[in-house]
Write a protein that binds this ligand. Structure first.
Ligand SMILES: *Cc1c(COP(=O)(O)O)cnc(C)c1O
Length: 497
């Protein structure tokens, strides 16, 4: 299986090359030339497998230049050794009727990014061995909160790698910030950016494609790569849990083999929901993917009208990991649904960077709308949904998951389509204790971040995840702050080159 670029469909690279490189030379994203297909029998055979084997079954189809031994080592390194607090890794919980929640937050940083970022460093080291002949890989990350910590945890002290994380100074929750500023490890650096996530992400992208900077790294035997969801090695692990959730529903008797389901995803950069699109293309019986947005509802507008326009107000919400106006992975969907026309994608993306907007053709829009629906959720509704879900079903959700649950309720009401549904839960409620407590009507004034964790535990009779409790005793080790303009200087300084 080979990969090409969304902006130059003549390119052909192996999976390991795509992962080691992160982004294509001309700025496009790597996509598989052909999507592999799984029969229903093959899906049925995955039901009896543990998560690690389900993962290998999917990865094998995409990472064809990895040996069986390499795949086993990668998957065990990521999901073995009790790094996840659930034996099932990503359990599917029936909350009520056809509402099933796929809990993707049982990893070491308590957000769904762990699902991919525990595996990526292993995929990356194997890929570097095959492609980068002994070079040190420098991982550059722009984060809206959860990616940064998950990448730091995944790459910490991994041989032949260094990791630099940039986060928007006022765009992450106190707990997310503490998770990053206390990060341990010899090969890690963390820096705050004066700006929002899109500023950080655009600056990181510019550094990646700057020839002079790349040359300076090459002189030091270093090579950039990306752990953002533009890296194919981030996406492919996410395809796994959609198959896994379907298997769980089969196992629980909620569906029979071949029954269609719907999937609702709280969306920011469009990575998570795009992984579901690949699963569907592979043959997983998914009818509709519902894209759920918070007040930054650019994707709701795009999926409804075909007009992508980032010239609009930016809101800092209680679901910060979804406060995004440039959803990078949408480019991959446009490529696949638009007849793999890389010249057209190149035009759209130029228009996005010059005018901040683009409009897709009627034909492309209707191709997308065959598979996708969309909805968004106000801040008031986030709070009301957390409260209602807990009151009705004693099931506690975080702010991001609440966006998806509310969008699901609205979708069912609007369309009458009440198929068995999988809703992604992307963070532990304890990562956003303040909002969740307030939603439940508890008084949070004068409580410290860790008092809030205890208060939430008492109010709901649930256990906080151990990794969050442990932060309390850790020292802050990273205090750097810089402007967007001086990010490349900061990169050199942090790398000592
Ligand atoms: C990253 C993140 C999202 C958004 O996922 P995308 O793949 O960027 O769409 C949603 N919720 C949480 C908690 C996240 O960390």
């Amino acid at each position: 299986m080979l990969y090409t670029s969304t902006r130059n469909n003549q390119i052909r690279v192996t999976a390991s090359r795509a992962i080691a490189q992160g982004i294509s030379e001309e700025g496009g994203l790597f996509v598989p030339c052909e999507v592999p297909s799984f029969s229903l029998e093959k899906i049925a055979s995955m039901v009896a497998m543990p998560y690690t084997e389900r993962a290998k079954t999917v990865l094998r189809a995409y990472l064809t230049d990895f040996t069986e031994e390499e795949l086993t080592a990668c998957v065990e390194g990521a999901y073995g050794h009790q790094k996840f607090t659930s034996e099932k890794i990503a359990p599917t919980v029936n909350v009520e009727g056809n509402e099933n929640i796929l809990e993707l937050w049982h990893g070491p940083t308590c957000a769904f990014k762990d699902m991919a970022l525990q595996l990526l460093p292993h995929l990356m080291t194997v890929s570097a061995r095959k492609n980068a002949d002994g070079k040190t890989i420098v991982i550059l990350v722009a984060t809206s909160g959860d990616t940064g910590k998950a990448a730091l945890e995944g790459f910490k002290d991994v041989d032949k790698t260094k990791i630099l994380v940039f986060y928007p100074v006022d765009g992450v929750s106190p707990m997310q910030k503490l998770q990053m500023t206390t990060q341990e490890g010899e090969n890690v650096a963390v820096c705050a950016i004066k700006g929002n996530f899109d500023d950080a992400q655009s600056a990181v992208k510019a550094i990646f494609t700057d020839a002079a900077i790349k040359e300076r790294l090459a002189e030091k035997n270093m090579l950039f790569s990306s752990a953002n969801s533009i890296n194919w090695g981030r996406l492919v692990p996410q395809i796994v849990y959609y198959f896994s959730a379907y298997c769980d529903l089969l196992e629980q008797g909620s569906i029979t083999l071949g029954d269609p389901i719907n999937v609702v995803v709280p969306t920011g950069n469009f990575g998570n929901i795009l992984a579901c699109y690949y699963a569907k293309r592979m043959g997983l019986p998914v009818k509709t993917m519902v894209c759920a947005s918070n007040a930054n509802n650019i994707l709701t507008d795009f999926l409804t009208t075909g007009d992508y326009d980032k010239n609009r107000a930016f809101y800092t919400t209680t679901s910060p990991s979804m406060d995004i106006l440039i959803s990078s992975n949408l480019e991959r969907l446009l490529y696949h649904c638009g007849g793999e026309d890389s010249a057209m994608i190149d035009e759209l993306m130029q228009s996005l960077s010059q005018d901040g907007r683009y409009t897709v053709s009627e034909k492309l829009l209707s191709a997308i709308q065959k598979d996708f629906a969309a909805g968004c959720c106000s801040e008031e509704d986030v709070f009301a949904t957390i409260r209602q879900q807990f009151k009705d079903d004693r099931y506690l959700i975080d702010t991001h998951t609440a966006v998806a649950v509310k969008t699901y309720f609205d979708y069912v009401k609007r369309t009458g389509d009440d198929l068995p549904t999988v809703i992604d839960a992307t963070a532990s409620p304890y990562k956003f204790s303040k909002s969740v407590l307030s939603a439940l009507g508890e008084d949070v004034t004068a409580l410290s971040e860790f008092d809030m964790v205890d208060a939430l535990s008492r109010a709901t009779d649930t256990e906080p995840p151990a990794p969050l409790k442990a932060l309390q005793d850790k020292a802050v080790r990273h205090r750097e702050v810089c402007d967007r303009e001086s990010m490349s200087e900061m990169v050199f300084r942090l790398l000592n080159i």
